[in-house]
Design a protein around this ligand. Structure first.
Ligand SMILES: NC(=O)C1=CN([C@@H]2O[C@H](COP(=O)(O)OP(=O)(O)OC[C@H]3O[C@@H](n4cnc5c(N)ncnc54)[C@H](O)[C@@H]3O)[C@@H](O)[C@H]2O)C=CC1
Ligand SMILES: O=C([O-])CC(=O)C(=O)O
Length: 349
């Protein structure tokens, strides 16, 4: 039986055409990269690691968590794909998990329960992300860091401040993952318009929580128009997609499977661009020079990470109102990140 990644690619293409480009390209394997998942034993970490393990874009998959990684690693290592799986558990093994990595994806941290906001995760997750990014600064200072841990609007700020303090900050290399908002928007719009969801693209700008998630439905591809009622309800559903899952899971956590897909999609895009593919665009939350010091926009990726922000074109009056509504929350989240980082760094001196 042919067990090549090509065959695997064709199998997966039957499941999701968005992933075929990464599992089927035959000449990318020579440039395969090393990827670490921090929080690899969690609800997101496990299925994300599975999807990454299937890709010939990856030569080494480094799994790190404070628990259970040896089992997850042994399990994944039996899959007949080229990525070599290495499992690390506990703080003492963190440095080795990171050495030589090209991309570090961070889904470590606690998820929401019903009634909580993403901000309610701050107290726990801020320290987790700060500790992990400190280790990245010391052990893989040139790696691209993709932050999934919430609240993304603040954790990316914290991570950036830590990298600056270690003199290894490069704004091209630290991104908050907002791909799940893009994935949801495509799904909900396709449902509303009777389209193939894999062919729909909706840019999302702003941040990654409630009002700060700003879908640009006027820039949908293919172009579609909506009644005001549909515009309101789709915007509201995209902004609160995370809460929809948290409530449905009723205390058992937040989105994990759709996030694993979104995290894999984002990672594959970054890896393809690192390998020289041109025109790779994914939305993401990065440092910005506009009205906000951090802002999500469509980003063009290249051989060094984020090449440039593609901006957000011309907004409709409705979308301008959404940006206005996001201002207070997003600026507050950024400020909270800066304040935490200052305290964390002064304690660790
Ligand atoms: N950016 C986004 O779109 C999304 C973000 N999230 C966020 O992702 C995070 C993870 O969610 P789940 O996987 O569902 O949670 P989970 O609780 O199932 O898994 C988290 C994992 O992190 C590990 N962990 C905790 N402290 C750690 C440390 N210091 N070092 C390494 N690993 C550590 C835990 O042992 C656990 O295995 C949450 O903060 C959640 O809010 C979730 C969905 C979407
Ligand atoms: O809602 C949450 O807490 C998890 C998340 O970020 C999402 O699903 O978008």
């Amino acid at each position: 039986m042919n067990k090549s990644p090509i065959l695997l690619g064709s199998l997966i293409s039957k499941i999701n055409p968005n992933l075929i480009r990464c599992v089927s390209s035959s000449n990318t394997s020579t440039n395969a990269k090393k990827v670490a998942v921090l929080g690899a034993s969690g609800g997101i970490g496990q299925p994300l690691s599975l999807l990454l393990k299937l890709s010939p874009l990856i030569s080494e998959l480094s799994l790190y968590d404070i628990q259970h990684t040896k089992g997850v690693g042994a399990d994944l290592s039996h899959i007949e794909t080229r990525a070599k799986v290495k499992a690390y558990v506990g703080k003492e093994e963190l440095a080795n998990a990171l050495k030589g990595m090209d991309l570090v994806v961070i889904p470590a941290g606690i998820p929401r329960k019903p009634g909580m906001t993403r901000d309610d995760l701050f107290n726990t997750n801020a320290t987790i992300v700060a500790d992990l990014v400190t280790a990245c600064a010391k052990n893989c200072p040139r790696a691209i860091i993709a932050i999934i841990a919430n609240p993304v609007n603040s954790t990316v700020v914290i991570a950036s401040e830590i990298l600056k303090a270690h003199n290894v900050y490069d704004e091209k290399r630290i991104v908050g993952v907002t791909t799940l908002d893009v994935v949801r928007a495509a799904t909900f719009v396709a449902e509303n318009k009777g389209l193939d969801p894999t062919k729909v693209n909706i840019p999302i700008i702003g941040g990654h929580s409630g009002n700060t998630i700003i879908p640009l439905l006027s820039q949908a591809s293919p172009p579609v128009t909506f009644s005001q009622q549909d515009l309101d309800s789709l915007t509201n559903r995209i902004q609160n997609g995370g809460t929809e899952v948290v409530n449905a899971k009723a205390g058992a956590g937040s989105a994990t499977l759709s996030m694993a897909h979104a995290g894999a999609r984002f990672s594959f895009s970054v890896l393809e661009a690192l390998n020289g593919k041109e025109g790779v665009v994914e939305c993401g939350y990065i440092a910005s020079k506009g009205d906000f010091s951090y802002f999500a926009t469509p980003l063009l990726f290249g051989r060094n990470g984020v090449e440039k922000s593609m901006g957000f074109g011309k907004l409709t009056d409705y979308e301008k109102t959404l940006v206005e509504k996001a201002k207070k929350e997003l600026n507050g989240n950024i400020e909270a990140g800066l304040t935490f980082a200052k305290q964390y760094l002064s304690k660790s001196k």
